[in-house]
Design a protein around this ligand. Structure first.
Ligand code: NDP
Length: 249
């Protein structure tokens, strides 16, 4: 899966799945563009990549999103892969939570609106390279939520899944593939960042394989979907969840 001479933008590259993907793409020869807000974390990951372009940006900010694409084109002249990985959840992100509609806006702005915006900005460049997009969703977008406080997160990911299909239809004629990865629980800072005081190991018994995943396992799938090996794969949703979706309660 060589990505030599390929320019790969990864949002949320400062942590977890995005950081693992940035390191793996870099190892496979890609020119990596790392996007995130936390400068310290971005720098730490960047040290493990080969000459990455690091762009400190909030994907939900329209000017920042435009800057991500413009700086990438200025430096490399092309975009081959866009990994829309940046995402978040919030504790009490349900209908009965405080400030419900503000929480809805925050989650939808990052998990959906920013993806739609970045995709539209990258699309003309991806058409030129016959490139592709990988959207990082969640099994929360495919099944009823495991708790009552994640309604906003789950609907953002369900909408993201359908956006993948719509974008795959719209861009397929230009040779651009668009796919989704839907992870189950993955050991990252995700819960901590959402202020949810749970250890990922709590999800083990809810999976067929009695385990939770490491970020590198998700990066493996992202690289596969972004590679020429997946040249016939578009509009798909790849579930990687240790069999959580198929486990009966
Ligand atoms: P982390 O919290 O470890 O990483 C989230 C990343 O998103 C960080 O790099 C963060 O960077 C970035 N990010 C969040 N908001 C913004 C923003 N507004 N602008 C730019 N970057 C942003 O979690 P994961 O690695 O686990 O999450 C990655 C993706 O995987 C998410 O989309 C999540 O929904 C999905 N997922 C995760 C699961 C899990 O169990 N971990 C399960 C299913 C799906 P920074 O703070 O620097 O801005």
């Amino acid at each position: 899966m060589s990505f030599k001479n390929k320019v790969v933008i990864i949002t949320g590259a400062s942590s977890g799945i995005g950081a693992a993907a940035a390191k793996m793409f870099s190892k496979e020869g890609a020119q990596v563009v790392m996007v995130g807000r936390n400068e310290t974390k971005l720098s730490a990951v960047a040290k493990q990549c080969s000459s990455p372009l690091v762009i400190r940006a909030d994907v939900a900010n329209d000017d920042d999103a435009r800057r991500v694409i413009n700086e990438t084109i200025k430096k490399f002249g092309q975009i081959d892969v866009l990994v829309n990985n940046a995402g978040m959840a919030m504790k009490n992100g349900g209908l009965l939570g405080n400030d419900m509609i503000q929480v809805y806006d925050s989650i939808m702005n990052i998990n959906l609106r920013a993806v739609v915006h970045l995709t539209s900005l990258a699309a003309p460049h991806l058409i030129k390279t016959k490139g592709n997009i990988v959207n990082v969703s969640s099994i929360g977008g495919l099944a009823p939520p495991i708790d009552s406080g994640s309604t906003n997160y789950c609907i953002s990911k369900a909408a993201l899944n359908h956006f993948t299909v719509c974008a795959a239809v719209e861009l397929g004629g230009y040779g651009v593939r668009v796919n989704t990865l839907s992870p189950g629980p993955v050991k990252t800072d995700f819960l901590e960042n959402a202020k949810i005081e749970l250890d990922f190991d709590i999800f083990r018994p809810s999976t067929m394989l009695n385990r939770v995943s490491e970020p590198e396992e998700m990066a493996d799938v992202i690289l596969y979907l972004a590679s020429d090996r997946a040249r016939g794969v578009t509009g798909s949703n790849y579930v990687n969840d240790n069999g959580m979706l198929i486990k009966k309660p």
